[in-house]
Design a binder for this molecule. Structure first.
Ligand code: NAP
Ligand code: MG
Length: 497
């Protein structure tokens, strides 16, 4: 008997969306690039081209910025904060209702496992919208007592910063877009969103959802294109008030330079080389699990990935053995396969970059404890990898690899300052993890580590917790009160009494 498996409804919707003509959302209209050019979108699990999207450039960015500027003083500006909150909440409901379709789009475009996209990315997006919707009605200033004896009534108030360019990477395509979009909208801004060239589909699908939720035209614009054309035009644009960027430190530096033109505000969430420090008294089973997840989840393509393991000499062998065992057992494969735990890296370029780092580690004297190879010859699969005999001078220990590669090192000493000095010894400072049962050690390490986040015994990222980098890991913070206030300007009013 021949049993035909019918595609599920969300599979049909995702397939229909991907096969449909892809256009950009500018000023409430769906348009091609002014140049008529398109570029290919690839599924990294197969290497096959699944769609063509408009290759927007300066002309399209200019049209989108003009539309966002008009929208800033249109019906959108007349909405009360409560009405904005309701609209963002409506968007979260619509996203939740289409979560499976979005998750599958993300899997086919980025490669990540469907279950991770659904239970991780999509859940995060829905919650992020709701968290930020709540802030729309709570953006207060304060009444301040002046320091001089003059009779003054003084207070501050918060206004939307204006037109914001959102430039996002490919590792969490929808999540990164939503993490910026929801606070920007809650604060009353209008936006131009430029997704990464490798993963533009979920942003275009989000554009359709935004439209269906009744946002006035021009409030949200989506322009697909390359970083050096569309991205650069957005950061150069004299009528953009702020750029919120997540991506590489190298591009972050270019954005800072471009922002100097009109002094646009800048939020940069850049690379990391985060340490995970294991003390001898840690719950080692949990630490093995946490450190493995911290480097292999999302195929290591996570800005806060704990890519440098420092374990006390007395527990190093056990940690290494536990993590290596996990690494070798993780099921690497196509994200549409329900058994898959680790998908491909995002592109051929990224695969070559990651394997190139493994090679560079070897040539500088490191050895591969597990993994280190491409898996198969179709798609861009890299084995979960652990490098040992690594040391601080090596590129693999200093530079962000952005793949499933852990450098495992041990420390001999018990002096917390010396441990922190090693942990702090990179140009980055995004995140860090500490495993110990001793509360004094935990909190002392939290003070000594130079990073925007210290995760103790598995503590994680949350919408309410400010997140961002020290040193070359960025400028400013996303999430929490700081994250939404970053989309406002502070105005002081002083009244002579
Ligand atoms: P990237 O170039 O920094 O990409 C991030 C975003 O910036 C993309 O939308 C990109 O467009 C855009 N962009 C590129 N050049 C630009 C410019 N001159 N002006 C304005 N926008 C520009 O990152 P990548 O090349 O995709 O990845 C390279 C490395 O960056 C990774 O291996 C990783 O180490 C790091 N990275 C870090 C994060 C993070 O979350 N911290 C995220 C992604 C990558 P295109 O899509 O056209 O490049
Ligand atoms: Mg790039």
């Amino acid at each position: 008997m021949n049993v035909e498996v019918q595609p599920k409804a969300y599979e049909k919707r995702a397939a229909e969306f991907i096969a449909s003509r892809q256009q950009m959302l500018i000023g409430g209209a769906w348009v091609d690039a002014a140049s008529g050019e398109t570029f290919e979108v690839e599924n990294p699990a197969t290497g096959q081209v699944i769609a063509h999207v408009p290759s927007g450039d300066g002309a399209d960015i200019d049209a989108a910025v003009k539309a966002a500027r008009r929208a800033l003083s249109g019906p959108w500006s007349k909405l009360t904060p409560a009405q904005r909150a309701a609209m963002i909440w409506r968007m979260s409901d619509a996203l939740e209702a289409s979560a499976e379709e979005f998750a599958l789009i993300e899997t086919l475009d980025n490669g990540k496992p469907f279950t991770a996209a659904l239970n991780g990315d999509l859940r995060t997006c829905v919650e992020n919208m709701r968290y930020n919707a709540g802030w729309a009605t709570k953006l207060n200033g304060e009444q301040i007592n002046p320091s001089s004896p003059t009779a003054l009534l003084a207070y501050t108030m918060r206004e939307p910063v204006g037109v914001v360019g959102l430039i996002v990477p490919w590792n969490f395509p929808l999540t990164m877009a939503v993490n910026k979009l929801s606070p920007a909208l809650a604060a009353g801004c209008t936006v131009v969103l430029k997704p990464a060239e490798q993963t533009p589909l979920s942003a275009l699908r989000l554009g359709r959802l935004v439209e269906a939720c009744g946002f006035p035209e021009g409030v949200v614009n989506v322009v697909t294109g390359f970083g050096h054309t569309a991205g650069q035009a957005l950061t150069d644009h004299p009528d953009v008030d702020k750029i919120s960027f997540t991506g590489s430190t190298e591009v972050g530096r270019k954005i800072l330079r471009a922002a100097g033109g009109n002094f646009k505000r800048v939020m940069l969430e850049l690379g990391g080389k985060s340490p995970v420090i294991i003390f001898p008294d840690a719950d080692l089973d949990k630490a093995i699990e946490g450190a493995s997840r911290g480097i292999f989840a999302n195929t290591g393509q996570t800005c806060a990935a704990n890519s440098r393991l420092y374990a006390h000499r007395s527990v190093f062998d056990r940690m290494l053995e536990g993590i290596s065992e996990r690494a070798s057992k993780l099921r690497v494969g196509d994200g549409t396969d329900a058994a898959t735990e680790i998908g491909p890296v995002v592109s051929r370029t990224q695969m070559q970059r990651v394997l190139g780092y493994v090679e560079s580690g070897r040539s500088e004297g490191a050895s591969v404890a597990v993994g280190g190879q491409r898996r198969g010859d179709q798609g861009y699969f890299v084995e979960p990898t652990v490098l040992v005999q690594t040391s601080r001078s090596m590129r693999v220990v200093q530079e962000e690899i952005f793949g499933p590669v852990l450098c495992a090192m041990s420390f001999e000493m018990d002096d917390l300052d010396r441990i922190a000095t090693e942990a702090n010894d990179t140009v980055y400072g995004l995140s860090s993890a500490v495993w110990t049962r001793d509360i004094t050690t935990a909190h002392l390490m939290a003070r000594k580590i130079k990073a925007g986040m210290v995760r103790i015994n598995g503590g994680g990222v949350d919408h309410a917790l400010p997140f961002g980098g020290y040193k070359q890991s960025g400028w400013g913070r996303e999430y929490g009160r700081e994250g939404i206030e970053a989309y406002t300007e502070l105005k002081t009013v002083a009244v002579a009494m």
